[in-house]
Design a protein around this ligand. Structure first.
Ligand code: FE
Ligand code: FE
Length: 193
C-alpha cells in the first residue's frame, strides 16, 4: 500500500473536524472496496477518497477568498453556495499541500461535489463512495444506491445517487440553488440506458 496514505491520514486527522475525518476514512475504505469490485487501482482510489474533502473545513467567506487567491474560477451557483467549491479547492490542496500529481485523482476530487457527464471509473467510484460510506446518515434512497453500487454497476449507482440527491434537494429549502452541473450529470446518466 502507498505509505503516503498513512502520512496524509495523520495530517487530515489534525486538520479536519472529527465528523469530517470519520466521513473521510469511510469514503477512503469504500473507495477501496469499489476498486476491488471494479478492478481499479486500490491505492489511487483510496488516495482520492482520503483527500476528497481536504478543503472542507473553511467557512463560506474563506472558501471564496482562497479560491480567488489561487485563481480558481467561481461559477454563479458556487458564489451563492461556496461549499460547492471544496471540490475544486480540494484538488488544488491535494496537489500543492499533499504532493499528489496524478491527474486522475485530482480530477476525481475536483468533480466529486456535482459529478459530471461521462465520468471515468475513478470519478464514479469516488462520487458513489462519498454517498454510501458507512457513517452517512440515513437518507432516502441510500440503501438503493448501496445495492446498485455492489450489484448493478457504477453507472447505475451514479444515476441512483443523483436521483436521490435531486429528490432530496427539491424537498428542501435549497431548491432554487441546485447546481446546473448536477442536473446535466443526471440527464447524461439517464440517457445511458
Ligand atoms: Fe465533498
Ligand atoms: Fe465527502
Amino acid at each position: 500500500m502507498d505509505k503516503r496514505i498513512f502520512e496524509i491520514e495523520e495530517k487530515l486527522k489534525e486538520k479536519l473536524p472529527a465528523k469530517r475525518y470519520i466521513h473521510t476514512v469511510g469514503v477512503m475504505y469504500t473507495c477501496a472496496s469499489l476498486a476491488m469490485k471494479y478492478e481499479y487501482d486500490i491505492d489511487k482510489a483510496m488516495m482520492a477518497g482520503l483527500l476528497h474533502d481536504c478543503a472542507k473545513y473553511h467557512d463560506d467567506d474563506t472558501m471564496l477568498k482562497r479560491c480567488e487567491k489561487y485563481n480558481i474560477c467561481i461559477s454563479e451557483t458556487e458564489r451563492k453556495m461556496p461549499h460547492l467549491l471544496h471540490g475544486k479547492l480540494g484538488a488544488y490542496y491535494a496537489q500543492s499541500k499533499y504532493g499528489i500529481d496524478d491527474d486522475e485523482i485530482l480530477e476525481a476530487i475536483r468533480c466529486h461535489t456535482t459529478g459530471k457527464p461521462g465520468m471515468n471509473k475513478l470519478e464514479c467510484i469516488l462520487f458513489i463512495s462519498d454517498y454510501i460510506e458507512p457513517s452517512r446518515k440515513k437518507i432516502p434512497g441510500l440503501e438503493k444506491v448501496r445495492y446498485c453500487a455492489f450489484n448493478k454497476g457504477l453507472e447505475d449507482a451514479v444515476k441512483m445517487k443523483l436521483i436521490c440527491v435531486l429528490d432530496y434537494l427539491e424537498d428542501s429549502s435549497e431548491k432554487d440553488i441546485i447546481d446546473r452541473s448536477t442536473i446535466e450529470t443526471l440527464e447524461y446518466y439517464k440517457r445511458l440506458k
